[in-house]
Write a protein that binds this ligand. Structure first.
Ligand SMILES: Cc1cc2nc3c(=O)[nH]c(=O)nc-3n(C[C@H](O)[C@H](O)[C@H](O)COP(=O)(O)O)c2cc1C
Ligand SMILES: CCCCCCC(=O)C(=O)O
Length: 369
């Protein structure tokens, strides 16, 4: 592993290891993948304005996320079906995050159950990502199980009333390998546990979502969720100031700026492009998180400068997991931490509060001759 020195190295390795079915699913973005490229391109176009002579000998990357102290201002986004990457799947991923002291968000559509992930890393700051099913009792049961298992927040994904079309999954008729299942639904019906094990026409994912997810989701459902749980609610998939303000008015604990890793609506802005309008609209009334295209410590620094409280990564953890399970995820997250720490030192910051808006500008700032 010593010759793998950045996240892109792990991505390349994972691309050569994964079977086509899993690689298509993990890698793809929606439709023509315009936003998929944009997520990274927009980050590349931001420049860091470093400050000098500021005594950066002692540094800290600590912060707080929804009231919990965390060692780093980043964590792992919810990604479904992690055991396609490695037999240890979600267990390996959460243990790596726990060692680092970050935040792990478990997907509703995990291949390891809520309880097993909790047992694997009881000390980890764990949040549970929620999809809302047409059968609301299923969602209520998931919330109760997450509460009992010590998850500290619900991350409600609001950008998937219907599913985006990932062309490679449709072309090759994605299915979940038959030795795996959607572990949170065992006992709740074959359609929910194994509903992605075969595809009628296109990708089994789109068929599953169309059949089971509630496309009528609306702002009323935030109140519905709040009526039976006291866990803080994070709204994941917000890209406009209008929705961020509505979220604050509905009492959410955080707005999660995300285009779902560019897998839902193509031609949305890069997450980093949407971030400034949202931090400006939220005005500190709740925390703001972001994900989408982050693959190095400088990227994380840029989002923090633009007002994010936490940054999350989805695919980078999957690439580490594919390479070597828990050790691979540890290595990927360790690289991100080292890169962030080095960026802070070289930019003149000893703690996260010193990373402010003045330190990051769009490249056009330097092109005004
Ligand atoms: C393979 C894969 C599966 C995903 N599954 C979920 C999911 O179950 N729930 C969810 O809210 N988001 C899901 N997402 C979106 C991620 O939470 C996150 O927003 C995205 O991966 C961030 O972009 P990045 O992969 O460039 O870091 C998934 C993304 C990927 C790549
Ligand atoms: C089992 C069908 C839905 C999987 C949803 C996972 C997801 O959000 C993704 O982007 O993929």
């Amino acid at each position: 592993m010593s010759n793998l020195v950045c996240v892109d190295d792990f991505a390349r390795e994972a691309h050569s290891i994964l079977p086509r079915n899993a690689l298509d699913y993990y890698r793809s973005g929606a439709d023509g993948e315009v936003t998929l490229s944009l997520n990274k391109e927009a980050l590349r176009r931001l420049r860091i304005r470093p400050r000098m002579l500021r005594d950066v000998e002692h540094r800290s990357t600590e912060t707080s996320a929804l009231g919990a102290r965390v060692a780093v201002p980043f964590g792992v986004s919810p990604t479904a079906m992690q055991r396609m990457a490695h037999p240890d799947g979600e267990v390996a991923n959460v243990r790596a995050v726990s060692k680092l002291g970050g935040v792990y968000i478990l997907s509703t559509l995990a291949t390891t159950s809520i309880e097993e992930v909790a047992r694997a890393a009881p000390e980890c700051t764990r949040w549970f990502q929620l999809y809302i099913y047409k059968d609301r009792k299923i969602t209520e049961q998931l919330v109760r199980r997450a509460e009992r298992a010590g998850y500290k927040a619900l991350v409600l994904t609001v950008d998937a009333p219907v599913f985006g079309l990932r062309r490679a999954d449709a072309r090759h008729k994605f299915t979940l390998p038959s030795h795996l299942q959607l572990a949170n639904f065992v006992g709740l019906g074959e359609d929910k546990t194994n509903g992605v094990a075969s595809a009628e026409s296109g990708s089994a994912l789109n068929e599953y979502v169309a059949k089971l997810f509630d496309a009528s989701l609306s702002w009323r459902d935030i109140d519905w969720l709040k009526s039976f749980t006291s866990l803080p609610i994070v709204l994941k998939g917000v890209l406009t100031r209008e929705d961020a303000i509505l979220g604050v008015e509905h009492g959410v604990a955080a707005i999660f700026v995300s285009n779902h890793g560019a897998r839902q609506l193509d031609y949305t802005p890069a997450a980093i492009e949407a971030l400034p309008e949202i931090t400006a609209a939220v005005k500190g009334r709740c925390q703001v998180f972001v994900d989408g295209g982050f693959s190095n410590g400088a990227d994380i620094f840029k989002a923090l400068a633009l007002g994010a409280d936490m940054v999350f990564v989805g695919r980078p953890a999957l690439w580490g997991l594919t390479h070597s399970g828990q050790a691979g995820v540890e290595k990927v997250l360790g690289i991100l931490k080292e890169e962030l720490d080095r960026t802070m030192a070289l930019a003149g910051c000893t703690n996260l509060k010193q990373i402010d808006k003045s330190m990051v500008v769009h490249e056009s700032f330097y092109h005004k001759l």
